[in-house]
Structures are given as structure tokens and as C-alpha cells.
Design a protein around this ligand. Structure first.
Ligand SMILES: Cc1cc2nc3c(=O)[nH]c(=O)nc-3n(C[C@H](O)[C@H](O)[C@H](O)COP(=O)(O)OP(=O)(O)OC[C@H]3O[C@@H](n4cnc5c(N)ncnc54)[C@H](O)[C@@H]3O)c2cc1C
Length: 418
């Protein structure tokens, strides 16, 4: 029998009232919900899916993502299916292989299927007191001066003081509130397919000349499985047909076949957009705050977006909770939530996003990409620090943001140190 949705909406007739309604229970939404609940707000979450559910992703967790999960309180023991990554291999457009190792001081990178990670986050949110409704697609949103009303497909509805829209790249909330806005197709487009019979614990990043500044990947999963995919920058000329042909061609290339060995694909490949355009869309609209992919927060250089999703979720929750606390202290109603949130996201992500875009331009040229990888491979120090920079141990723009320089900035421990 297929799993039954755990939503009880069919029985609900009155609007459910809460301080914060979160739309979407991916990494951004669950991080927002857990953080707001921890700050004493009454939080409810709706997601159209029933968990566990798949999400088209490379399944890679950077140091920043792992540290955020640890800070949220997610126990290491609940991430049973994570493969800790100790070594990553970069393949230059010339075919040169550069092997980078991570320190032993905690987890700096890991791979865990999103089907598992997101279900763990939903259960963890519930264990902290968050009410999560599954199988509940949002179909209508009314953004009023004093509250937001949100309706789901079965006609049930919520009244919330604030809404965090964590509903991904195609954000339904944004489409309802900006009906004439452009359909967001992402700055990059990516394919992913699972393979089995690939027995290699290393994480591979392959810079094929025609994918630049994008790349192909083979990420290790438990039991000899692997997450295999590629991402390329989207241009107006990119068609789905071309991307499909590119995928089939890539899977035949020696640079990828050598890594996959006797590995066999499981099911069909899946494609999904990657939104790395933080400056392009509004971060808030009245009492609604956009987080994660709904806000275009993915790192445009690597396509990694889980850390940014969690971080913006946390920032949104704290912006609401701080404003509520300040207003209570002066007996007023909180007014500056959106402003606080926009400031916080700007400080946390904007310079890194711009730096990533600048480096992406350099990596567009095969010649420069080869030179960059030669430079990375020149000493033990460059190899170690490049690995840690690439996997978001340091903020992308650390070198040009002196306010973030501090002792130990280049030698922080990984997450979940025992
Ligand atoms: C192929 C590919 C590979 C990637 N690889 C990596 C990687 O290795 N590492 C990394 O860090 N990032 C990676 N990313 C990016 C990463 O997947 C996203 O940045 C991340 O999932 C964003 O999280 P989110 O919570 O904002 O959105 P999502 O994970 O998309 O979650 C959105 C949630 O909203 C729900 N929802 C949508 N519409 C509605 C609605 N109408 N009503 C209710 N709920 C709704 C969905 O069901 C979903 O649960 C990759 C992306 C792609 C496409």
C-alpha cells in the first residue's frame, strides 16, 4: 500500500492560527521551523510532499552545511546514511587529476541521499515541537497588513503572523503573489542519476571543457551506490533536448566511464534548475520572507545550495523572533522583520555570491580552468586550502571581507567532532 499522507486537513474546518507558517519542509523550511520554535514561536509547516521524498540533488554536504546541521542540534547518529568524504579528486579539462584531502579533525564533507536527509530533518523538527503537515500543497496566499492567510489544496487554511516561503526554485508562494513575474528557470540546469556497483569512496569533480564553468560529478553513497550528475550554466539557447543529448554523451565519455567502472544506472536521470541569483528576486514581500532556493541563494560557482538554504532559514526565523522580542519590550507590534532579514542575508551571503560569480567567469575558459587547477596542485598548502575553500569551510569571499578575518579562520575544525 502506498504511504498515507499524515495531514489531517480533511477534518479541519477552522483556520489554524500560528505565529509562523513555513511553506516547504526541505532544508530551508525545516531550519526556519526548528529555529523559530526554539525561540518560543508557535510554528507550523506545510509541504505538498509526503516524506521520505526524493529531491533532485547531488546529495553533497559542505562543511558549512554540516556545521549548520550540528548547530541546529541534528544528532550525527540520525544521519546514518552519510558517507564521510576524506578525499576529493578534481579532473582538469586537460585530464590532469588533482587529489585533495580533508583534515581528520571532524567532518568537512559528506554525501547523504536527500530522501534520507530531508526525512530526518522533518522528524527532528517534529521532535522539537513543530507541527508538520505533509501532503498539503499550498494553492492560495493572501498577504494582508496584519496577517497572511494560506490555503491548501483541500480548502483548509492557516492564519499566520508571518510566512517563510521555503518552497524551492518554482516557489508557489512567489508565483501567487507575483502572477506576472518571470517564470524562474534557474541560472544553471543540472541532471542527476543514481548508479550502483561504483566502489569508490572518493568524491569526483570533472571539469569537461564543454561544461565549463559547470562540471560533472560522481559522489559516493553507501553500498557502492553513487550520485552522478552534471550542471551547466543556463543560456537562452539551452533546450531540454540539448541537455538530454549532453547527458547521454557524457555517460559515454572515458573521463566519466573510468570513474564509474562497472557501475550501472538505476532508473532514469532527473533534471532540475539551480537558482544562483541572489540579487535577482525580492527577499521579502510584506509579512512573507523567501529563503533557500525560493530566494535564489545557491552558490553560483558550485551549485551547492543546502548550506545557504539552512542559513537563510535560520536568519528568517531569528529576524521574526528578534522583532517579536523587541516589540514585546516596548509594548508595540513588530514592524521591521523584512528589513532585519534582508540586512542579515546581505551580510551573510551577498559578498560570497558575488565572489562566486567572479570566479565562475574565470572558470568559463578551459585555458584558465587548467591554469587554476595547476596552481591548486602546486603545494600541499594550496591543495589543502583549496579543498576547504571549495567545500565552504571558509566563506567564499573571506579574503576580501576583512570583517570576517579572525584567528583560526583558516584552521577551523570540521563538524561533528567526537
Ligand atoms: C541536480 C542538482 C544537484 C545539486 N547538488 C547539490 C549538492 O550536492 N549540494 C548542495 O548543497 N546543493 C545541491 N543542489 C542545490 C540544492 O538541492 C538546493 O539548493 C536545496 O535543495 C534548496 O533547499 P530548499 O529547502 O530551499 O528547497 P527544496 O529542497 O527544493 O525544498 C522545497 C520544498 O517545498 C515543497 N513545496 C514546493 N511547492 C510547494 C507547495 N505549493 N506547497 C507546499 N510545499 C511545497 C517541496 O515539496 C519541497 O519539500 C543541487 C541542485 C540540483 C538541481
Amino acid at each position: 500500500m502506498p504511504p498515507q499522507p499524515t495531514s489531517s486537513f480533511a477534518k479541519v474546518t477552522q483556520p489554524r492560527r500560528c505565529d509562523l507558517l513555513v511553506v516547504g519542509a526541505g532544508p530551508a523550511g525545516t531550519a526556519a521551523a526548528i529555529s523559530a520554535q526554539d525561540r518560543g514561536l508557535h510554528v507550523e509547516v506545510v509541504d505538498r510532499a509526503t516524506f521520505p521524498r526524493d529531491k533532485t540533488c547531488g546529495d553533497g554536504l559542505t562543511t558549512a552545511a554540516l556545521r549548520h546541521l550540528e548547530r541546529l542540534g541534528v544528532p550525527r547518529s540520525s544521519l546514518a546514511g552519510i558517507v564521510p568524504v576524506h578525499e576529493t579528486v578534481l579532473v582538469s579539462p586537460s585530464g590532469r587529476r588533482v587529489t585533495l584531502s580533508f583534515p581528520d579533525n571532524g567532518l568537512y564533507a559528506g554525501v547523504i541521499a536527500r530522501e534520507e536527509l530531508d526525512a530526518v530533518l522533518v522528524e527532528f523538527a517534529r521532535s522539537r515541537g513543530v507541527v508538520v503537515h505533509e501532503g498539503a500543497p499550498v494553492v492560495n496566499v493572501t498577504n494582508e497588513a496584519a496577517r497572511v492567510t494560506v490555503s491548501c489544496a483541500d480548502g483548509s487554511h492557516f492564519e499566520a503572523s508571518w510566512v517563510v516561503a521555503a518552497d524551492g526554485n518554482y516557489s508557489t508562494v512567489r508565483r501567487i503573489l507575483e502572477p506576472t513575474g518571470e517564470r524562474r528557470l534557474g541560472t544553471s540546469h543540472a541532471f542527476r542519476q543514481y548508479f550502483h556497483g561504483v566502489d569508490d569512496p572518493r568524491l569526483w569533480v570533472v571539469f569537461e571543457p564543454d561544461l565549463l564553468p559547470g562540471y560533472a560529478w560522481v559522489f559516493p553513497l553507501p553500498g557502492g551506490r553513487a550520485n552522478v550528475g552534471f550542471g551547466v550554466r543556463r543560456t537562452s539557447a539551452t533546450s531540454g533536448k540539448q541537455l538530454n543529448a549532453l547527458w547521454r554523451d557524457l555517460m559515454r565519455r572515458p573521463s566519466i566511464r573510468e570513474i564509474l567502472g562497472a557501475g550501472e544506472p538505476e532508473g532514469a536521470p532527473r533534471a532540475w534548475p539551480i537558482p544562483g541569483d541572489l540579487d535577482a528576486a525580492a527577499l521579502s514581500d510584506g509579512r512573507i520572507l523567501y529563503v533557500g532556493d525560493a530566494a535564489g541563494t545557491v552558490d553560483p560557482l558550485t551549485g551547492e545550495g543546502i548550506a545557504q538554504a539552512i542559513e537563510t532559514g535560520i536568519l528568517a526565523a531569528h529576524s521574526v523572533a528578534d522583532s517579536v522580542a523587541d516589540a514585546a519590550a516596548v509594548d508595540g507590534s513588530p514592524t521591521d522583520v523584512a528589513e532585519r532579514y534582508e540586512r542579515a542575508v546581505g551580510a551573510a551571503l551577498r559578498s560570497d555570491a558575488r565572489m562566486a560569480t567572479a570566479v565562475q567567469r574565470v572558470l568559463s575558459s578551459p585555458l584558465l580552468a587548467r591554469a587554476a587547477l595547476r596552481a591548486v596542485d602546486s603545494t600541499e598548502w594550496t591543495r589543502r586550502n583549496f579543498a576547504r575553500w571549495m567545500f565552504e569551510d571558509y566563506p567564499r569571499a573571506l579574503l576580501v571581507t576583512p570583517r570576517r578575518w579572525h584567528r583560526g579562520a583558516l584552521s577551523g575544525a570540521g563538524a561533528y567532532r567526537t
